[in-house]
Ligand binder design. Structure first.
Ligand code: F6R
Length: 247
């Protein structure tokens, strides 16, 4: 596990964007795994800036997203489809036909989970998967529980996740109660994992993910078992991780 400690959110975003950019430059036809939420917005902004300068070309890139709310149509501003278009897809020269997310409007959970998992299998191994970390230690929408979910599945969101995400909605009642998410097994198949974490509110979850026992009660702890993980986190997020882990 490589851990980069940055001064703040902006430096975290630039560092992570540099890693993604290197991936795309070295392999223009990369399959990138993408995340949504507050953590990667700065990363996408930076990638867009470099694209506009002519330093990056997304024309051969394919992307798959970690998750999507169940029941939100694409045009809903809180859907992850909308988010990805707003922050990245509509601002760079990616071929939108090569961008994939779970279909939140497929109400048949089992069928959608299988469809997305089969799609991922057909696209091959993800070269680089970007991840955020939930306050409760979730990755994707793999919530704390008694087992690590292997494949894409429909998740009942925890109250803590609904609370954390209500900032994007008119009220907590508007936050969908379910989402589709890649499983832990799906995420671990990626060649490389890149995790961005910012802020004191994530410090406990990050400490437990890096230093604690590997347990489904802290889904992020599974990162310890992947052979190629880079964590880019700011000082506040790393404030509870002992120095010896940062060398
Ligand atoms: C989003 C995702 C989630 C978020 C996590 C952190 O696609 O998979 O795991 O990364 O909830 O969210 P933020 O960055 O908003 O704190």
């Amino acid at each position: 596990m490589r851990i980069y400690k940055t001064k703040d959110y902006d430096e975290m975003s630039r560092t992570a964007a540099n890693i993604i950019s290197a991936q795309v430059i070295l392999k223009p036809e990369s399959l990138l795994g993408l995340a949504t939420g507050s953590s990667p917005i700065g990363v996408y902004d930076q990638l867009v800036e470099w694209y506009k300068k002519g330093d990056l070309d997304f024309s051969k890139v394919t992307t798959v997203n970690l998750d999507e709310y169940k029941g939100l149509p694409k045009e809903n501003e809180q859907s992850y489809y909308y988010f990805m278009h707003e922050y990245l897809f509509d601002k760079v020269n990616i071929n939108v036909e090569n961008t994939y997310l779970p279909d939140g409007m497929n109400m048949d959970s089992e069928a959608e989970a299988c469809r997305y998992e089969d799609l991922l299998a057909s696209l091959g191994q993800v070269d680089l998967q970007l991840l955020g970390l939930g306050h409760n230690g979730h990755i994707g929408f793999n919530e704390p529980g008694d087992v690590f979910e292997k494949a894409t599945h429909c998740v009942d969101l925890k109250e803590s996740t609904i609370e954390a995400n209500k900032r994007f909605f008119a009220s907590a009642d508007d936050v969908p109660r379910q989402a589709y998410s890649m499983g832990i097994g799906t995420i671990l198949k990626s060649k490389k994992l890149l995790v961005v974490v910012s802020g004191e509110g994530k410090a406990e979850a990050l400490k437990n993910s890096i230093c604690g026992p590997v347990t489904p009660h802290v889904p992020g702890s599974i990162l310890q078992f992947h052979p190629d993980v880079t964590i880019v986190a700011d000082e506040a997020a790393l404030s509870k991780v002992p120095e010896e882990y940062l060398k």
